[in-house]
Design a binder for this molecule. Sequence first.
Ligand SMILES: Cc1cc2nc3c(=O)[nH]c(=O)nc-3n(C[C@H](O)[C@H](O)[C@H](O)COP(=O)(O)OP(=O)(O)OC[C@H]3O[C@@H](n4cnc5c(N)ncnc54)[C@H](O)[C@@H]3O)c2cc1C
Length: 269
Amino acid sequence: MKNIYWHYPDSIEKALDLMRNNQAVPHGGGTHLTGKRLKNENGFVSLDKLDLKYVRKEGNTIKIGSLADYNTVAERLEKIEPGHILTKSIGKAATSPLRNRITIGGSLRLAPNWSDLTGPLVALDAQVKLEGDASGTFPVTDYLSKKELKSNTLITEVILPASSWQSWYYREGITENDHPAFTITILAKHDGNSLEDIRIVITGHTKRFAKATAIEDQLKGKELKQLELDGIAKDLTLKFAPAKGMSSEYIKHLTQTQLERGLTELLKS
Ligand SMILES: Cc1cc2nc3c(=O)[nH]c(=O)nc-3n(C[C@H](O)[C@H](O)[C@H](O)COP(=O)(O)OP(=O)(O)OC[C@H]3O[C@@H](n4cnc5c(N)ncnc54)[C@H](O)[C@@H]3O)c2cc1C
């Protein structure tokens, strides 16, 4: 077995230099890397010495350093904005020991289909700050879909608009700690009478993430009392792979059912 070298750079520049010249890969929480067979990589770049473990409110934004772990982010956000959608999603992901390790940067870079981070970040219109070959601030949807934003590049920060939403989150797992087969994120703004704004994001299907814009358009601006939610998700066109002993059609049916339940809970209760 070949030796794996660990590097502990104390600046982003040094970390990028190691990634570019030493075939070393960034190590966030290591929850994915430690179970992976390394191929060309010959070292890990630990990000621990970089000052990237923060969650803070700045004006109209919330800034999250990429090395902040799921548990810390969920707890801090609950203080900044009680009932925050990320507290509901990543605060329940996997197990507590794993949530103490999984970082926002590692999770976003990997963006597995079972991620509890992707849906809320897309719904919130989050921005991602990058350093490296692709430096700058980009919409999270661009980061998730564009390969050219990933090579020799570090995620350093995730920026959320600090806007208050009512929210509902669902993760479909056989047990509480199970990887979700799909997730549903719903954000809504209403004054008790009419629905000012709504955002719905579904993950876990072949497109990885999708906004349910047809349903959003059907609901936006309507009076809450007049909302007709029965069967509203029946035309959802997403395709799911079979998972956890469930057929793709059954997973789609579950998604439609849970989406209707979520909308009813959030808008009618
Ligand atoms: C048993 C188990 C169950 C899990 N269940 C869930 C779940 O239910 N929900 C959920 O959301 N997640 C879950 N996860 C976590 C998920 O599968 C990944 O392991 C996790 O998101 C990786 O995050 P990390 O910080 O540990 O990244 P690492 O393992 O350190 O790295 C992952 C990838 O990201 C790169 N990377 C790391 N940091 C950065 C950065 N700052 N910039 C650019 N690239 C970077 C690495 O080089 C690597 O390619 C689970 C993990 C395990 C082991």
